[in-house]
Design a protein around this ligand. Sequence first.
Ligand code: UGA
Length: 447
Amino acid sequence: MQPRASVIGLGHVGLSAATCFAHKGTHVIGLDKDQVKLDTVRKGKLPFYEQELGPMLQECLKNGTIEFTSDYKDAVEDTNLTFVCVSTPSINEQNEVDLSYVKEVLKSILAAAESKEEYHLIVLQSTVPPGTTDTILEPLISQNSKKRLGKDIGLCVSPEFLREGRAVEDTRHPDRLIIGSYNELDANTLVDFYKKIYRDDLPPLLLTNSVNAEMIKYANNAFLATKISFINSIANLCERLRGADVNIVARGIGFDKRIGEQFLNAGLGFGGSCLPKDLRGIISVSYKLGYDNDLLGTIYKVNELRADRVIELIKSFVQELKGKRIAVLGLAFKPNTDDIREAVSLRIISKLRKEDASVVVYDPEAMENAKSVLGKDDDVKYARNSLEAIKDADCAIIVTEWDEFKKITPEIFNREMREPILIDGRRIYDPSVYSKSLKFTAIGLGT
Ligand code: UGA
């Protein structure tokens, strides 16, 4: 029989997992305490931008394989497993991770499972610092439930690796599945569940303990961040070398199978709700364990300096930014999302405003989110499209590599802008074409 699953927390991870599991035929109950979110998803709409997920959700609602609730009894009593997908934000100066949502959810699951006779498995997908399950969550279960851990109630760590904007593809076809649990019953229950979900498409499965599973998630994101900061440091070097181009260098090293071609796009660095937060998290964990992780600290610092590099590049054309009209094309932390959390655009805008520049912004999806952060400040103007953004601008910066920006030709920049200076922060334009008629520069491009 197909197991029934519930998913707690309907953010990117939770809603994608819930929908993909339901699409594979498992009956899924999604739970969130946010009523507005519940109303939205019940109508088959998404609370965030994620291509492909909407139609899949509508299909599942139509087939009746997915339902939504805010009641833990509904989510636990009638299901075999519960996936916990709530967020674990950074909280303080030390960048400790806030486990309060995870703890609150665990207690609610335990209360709802108390009267249940059958075994129930809790699967932790939220990102938590290594050691959390052993030292905090297992004791929490023992203290808050009469059930025997590993017999009546189970707990596994199974981190997710999906990317925003590619959530459906990544959830349906993960590179691997990680299961962290010492307990055979817990691990086997989750292995069986994944086998039923992925059938012939089952990816490599790594069974380990919970601390390794937690560490794998942190190390994975830290490694991705390392690749990005590494190539950006090479970009900084290329910019100082006549004829050098970081894109060619990245291609050349990417052919080496030991390095690989992915995540070597030089640009304005990494943002979003995961890479910066998890990097701070692992640095903080290292520090607490008595290890000053210089390498990861530097990777973080290289990323922090990307916004300054943009300002330096503009200043290589104009000395004074005061009164200049600067068009910022792209606000989302990457294309195909409306997410602006820790987006480099925000840091660039803040620096431009400090220099008294007049800033016009445009993003195909993130305008509403941007308005809620940047506000109705007179110094920031919101354009309705990219042409309106660049109209009469002295300089335009490509901050996010949306496809529609790739279609803006040098002729259009020349026609619309006052002083056509173009800074390609994401390497979307061919320098040999764009530098012919524009004052053009790009990240990682030598003089
Ligand atoms: C990241 C990881 O890629 C996922 O595997 C992980 O599951 C997720 O965090 C998480 O922990 O939940 P995501 O934050 O959606 O996913 O975004 P990425 O696609 O990793 O991009 C992160 C940032 O790096 C973006 O700002 C992007 O523009 C930048 N980036 C990426 C580069 O500057 N260069 C690259 O070559 C690749």
